[in-house]
Design a protein around this ligand. Structure first.
Ligand code: GLP
Length: 245
């Protein structure tokens, strides 16, 4: 667990770590495979990466990305889509190749989802596996959209969103009734295969769930507690989110 004074400083540390990874892999002639997250939490990390691209020649030409999740159903051009979020907050501002970007497809026919998800896993493996996975945390303890009840070995799949998660998203959708009931998410097992995992949380609002995730009994009731089972995970927190530890 690493605690920083505020979100600003913590986000810059995480961005620096990502930049160092990209630079060292690029130097070795290797691709960097990043697992990316959406939500308010990683926004400043992405801002700092954009700044480094513009001011410090950080190139994303050899970076391959896999996003954690997407609402289902969801059109990519809808204002709440994670495709749009990633374009606006990162991809449109850097030199990543479009073919290297992967975000679960919210437009699939239901019967195609299982094959699609297996293929998403396959693509991660073929890319060489995730070097680094970024995570936020939902108030249910979800990582990606792995809600309470998710199995530790779960793979990419269609899931049903928790009521609290839909309530938390209601502002973006203009009411809970407009929030999709489902999502496609990488599984806990998918996340676990990453070489390194960074879970970030800022603000007092996240303090109770961070306490459970870091110190609570390991249980499917709080999926983030599964992270206690692996030693390649770092919780990067601001003081407020760490205040109940
Ligand atoms: C959504 C995302 C999660 C994210 C969580 C927290 O549910 N699917 O990946 O971690 O929200 O969001 P925020 O960072 O806005 O608090």
């Amino acid at each position: 667990v690493r605690v920083y004074k505020n979100e600003d400083i913590a986000s810059k540390k995480v961005a620096q770590k990502i930049a160092d990874l990209i630079r060292s892999k690029t130097k070795a002639g290797e691709k960097t495979v990043l697992g990316l997250a959406t939500g308010a939490t990683p926004v400043q990390v992405y801002e700092e990466l954009i700044r480094m691209h513009k001011e410090e020649n950080l190139s994303f030409e050899s970076v391959i990305t896999f996003n954690l999740d997407e609402y289902y159903p969801m059109q990519p051009d809808a204002s709440q889509s994670y495709v749009r979020f990633m374009d606006e907050n990162l991809f449109n501002h850097i030199d990543i190749r479009r073919e290297n970007i992967h975000i679960p497809d919210g437009t699939l026919e239901k019967e195609d989802i299982t094959d699609y998800c297996l293929n998403y896993e396959k693509k991660i493996t073929e890319a060489g596996g995730l070097d680094l996975q970024l995570l936020g945390i939902g108030r249910t303890g979800h990582i990606g959209f792995n809600e309470p009840g998710s199995a530790p070995n779960s793979g990419t799949r269609l899931v049903t969103l928790d009521d609290l998660t839909r309530r938390d998203a209601s502002r973006d959708f203009g009411g809970k009734e407009n929030v999709p009931t489902k999502a496609i998410t990488m599984g806990i097992g998918t996340i676990f295969k990453a070489h390194e995992i960074i879970l970030m949380a800022w603000s007092k609002k996240k303090a109770p769930i961070i306490k459970k995730a870091v110190e609570g009994e390991i249980s499917g009731e709080v999926p983030a507690t599964y992270l206690q089972l692996t030693d390649n995970v770092e919780f990067v927190l601001d003081r407020a989110a760490a205040s109940e530890l």
